[in-house]
Design a protein. Structure first.
Length: 142
């Protein structure tokens, strides 16, 4: 099930906004292009009839699906994402500086859905997540 285009009701805005949530059971067909779905109780504020353009056939095994009852959904139907672990690291150099990037796996997402994030973003939004660099040696000019 996909939220309406331009309306972000099921998650945060941006690249981490979920494209689809579910799977949900189809209860009945309401007309030629609409379906009524069996939604869980924590999504009671969402209308249960959807146009076919908002639905996608679920191809996953139901055991692999994320249990939506364990995700803390706010009353306005958003949820908080936080980084779980760093999968990879790379550096990009510009003319004046070098930028560190980290491939981060986020909560409620698989490794295939990991995103590349700048070190500066991770340090400001999630302080203490990145490994500290206090083990480096420095020299002092006397």
């Amino acid at each position: 099930m996909s939220p309406m285009k331009g309306v972000h009701r099921f998650g945060v805005k941006g690249k981490l906004a979920p494209r689809y949530i579910g799977p949900f059971k189809i209860i009945e067909q309401c007309g030629a292009v609409a379906y009524r779905l069996e939604l869980p109780s924590h999504l009671a504020a969402v209308h249960d009839v959807f146009h076919v353009s908002q639905l996608k056939k679920c191809l996953r095994v139901s055991g692999e699906a994320i249990d939506t009852s364990q995700i803390p959904i706010e009353p306005d139907l958003i949820y908080e994402e936080h980084p779980i672990k760093i999968l990879d690291q790379k550096q990009r150099s510009t003319r004046r500086r070098t930028i560190n990037f980290y491939k981060v796996q986020w909560s409620n997402h698989s490794k295939q859905e990991a995103t590349w994030e700048q070190e500066e973003f991770l340090q400001t939004k999630y302080p203490g997540f990145l490994p500290s660099t206090s083990n480096e040696y420095v020299t002092i000019r006397i």
